[in-house]
Design a protein around this ligand. Structure first.
Ligand code: SAJ
Length: 414
């Protein structure tokens, strides 16, 4: 089977390689530099197992800037949020659809993987493809969302169960045959609109439950309870799984997908209120910092971890950015250190330079490396020894023994 995968991002590229194990795959991306880099064997994605898989399948895979005839087309391009209007930006999907329409033939299968508001396939994508003169039914269409966790993408693309929504039974079955060439998890079939809806509610479930944990953290501080201990104990209940509080919700999915779900809905309240709770966490973190440095002239604040979550290099929609900008609004000087981030709006310093003469370290992303840092070497370099831990990452007793004032999100006591 010849397959064109449109979009060689953190999902499209691994998916193309997995398909290339049993098919001939043309990976299509409008970014010429990315195409050249990939064909030279330089892998643009830092995910375990990708370089090895590329070496294994490179005979069956090539990256190109333009689409060509194929049996199957898979669209895995980004769907950003139009922040001002809070609606999905379908520009990239429409561009990919128009490229496919130029070469589409009867009996081809078109698969959409990108996250979209429910009914987008039937209202927008399929009619756009039909402008090619080939009507739905003459070509097949399915919606196959991914659910791979950044940091474990290859493993999860293979082992997670998968939902496939077909515009008709024939489309669903053909898409299932294609994905069965690499998916070891179970594959469940449904219709297109339900599959679009399922993808969104998986992520909105997470946003709402993170908001619940964040609200509990604030309430626990009022009662002077340690929220981390309380959640751990509550989760001993066989049917309770409260998530973790944090400085906010980042990444290019969880903070966005709620708006895709509500875009054409009328009856919602909890979903957008949860968004407000999660967005309010950066303000809460600023209050924690302000309390610690209020008697210091021209405080220097050190941000450890600028990625959107621990142990990944992605900084898209990271809560760290808003915290940094709010620190600057307070008149603080800000310095950043992150062992994973490759590019960021602010200069990324070495660990040592990030804390030299600093007055307060703020842990924002929960990188595992922060747990190993010895406080005594840090204490010697700092001007004032304050630590705000928004992720309950470090061993606080060790830091307090070295003279640090430690403020943990969800724990009132210093
Ligand atoms: N976060 C918390 N507390 C938690 C869990 C997460 O504050 O208990 C924060 C993280 O720090 C991060 C944000 O939420 O800033 C999102 O992180 P995440 O791990 O919840 O989600 P992603 O964006 O890395 O991946 C999610 C996953 N969806 C679900 O777990 C339901 C993944 O399976 C999806 O494939 C991915 O979104 C996507 O691309 O849709």
């Amino acid at each position: 089977m010849k397959i064109c995968v449109m979009g060689l991002g953190y999902i499209g590229f691994p998916t193309a390689l997995l398909l290339a194990q049993k098919n001939y795959v043309v990976g299509v991306d409008i970014n010429e530099k990315k195409v050249k880099t990939i064909n030279k064997g330089n892998i643009p994605i830092r995910e375990a197992g990708i370089p090895e898989l590329y070496e294994k399948v490179r005979e069956n895979f090539i990256a190109k800037n333009d689409v060509e005839e194929a049996d199957v087309f898979i669209i895995a391009v980004p769907t950003p949020l139009d922040d001002y209007n809070r609606i999905a930006d379908l520009t990239y999907i429409k561009k990919a659809t128009d490229m496919i329409s130029k070469v589409l033939e009867k009996d081809n299968l078109v698969v959409l993987e990108s996250t979209v508001p429910p009914t987008t396939s039937e209202r927008i994508i399929i009619p756009r493809i039909e402008k090619s003169g080939i009507k739905i039914g003459e070509f097949l269409y399915a919606y196959c969302p991914e659910r791979a966790l950044p940091g474990k993408i290859l493993y999860e693309l293979v082992n997670n169960d998968r939902i496939i929504g077909g515009i008709d039974r024939k489309s669903a079955e053909k898409a299932k045959r294609i994905y069965s060439t690499f998916v070891k998890g179970k594959i469940f079939l449904t219709d297109v609109k339900t599959a679009e809806f399922v993808k969104l509610i998986e992520n909105v479930y997470r946003d709402v439950n993170i908001a619940f944990a964040n609200e509990l953290a604030k309430i626990a501080e009022e009662y002077e309870i340690n929220i981390w201990e309380a959640i751990e104990l509550a989760n001993k209940h066989p049917r309770v799984n409260i998530l973790k509080p944090g400085p906010g919700v980042g990444g290019h999915c969880i903070p966005i997908d709620p708006w895709f779900l509500t875009e054409r809905a009328l009856n919602y309240k909890l979903i957008t209120t949860s968004r407000d709770v999660n967005e309010s966490m950066s303000n809460y973190v600023i209050k924690m910092i302000r309390e610690l440095v209020k008697d210091i002239k021209n405080p220097v604040i050190t941000i450890w971890g600028v990625t959107y979550k621990g142990n990944v290099s992605d900084t898209r929609r990271t809560p760290a950015l808003k915290i940094i900008k709010l620190c600057e609004r307070e008149g603080y000087e800000v310095r950043c250190f992150d062992p994973y981030a490759e590019e960021f709006e602010y200069e990324l310093l070495s660990l040592e330079n990030s804390v030299k003469n600093s007055d307060c370290i703020v842990i924002v992303a929960d990188h595992k490396e922060f747990r190993e840092i010895e406080p005594d070497e840090i204490a010697r370099l700092m001007r004032n020894k304050n630590l705000v831990d928004t992720r309950n990452v470090v061993e606080h007793r060790k830091w307090r023994k070295k003279g640090f004032k430690v403020r943990i999100l969800g724990v009132r006591r210093m």
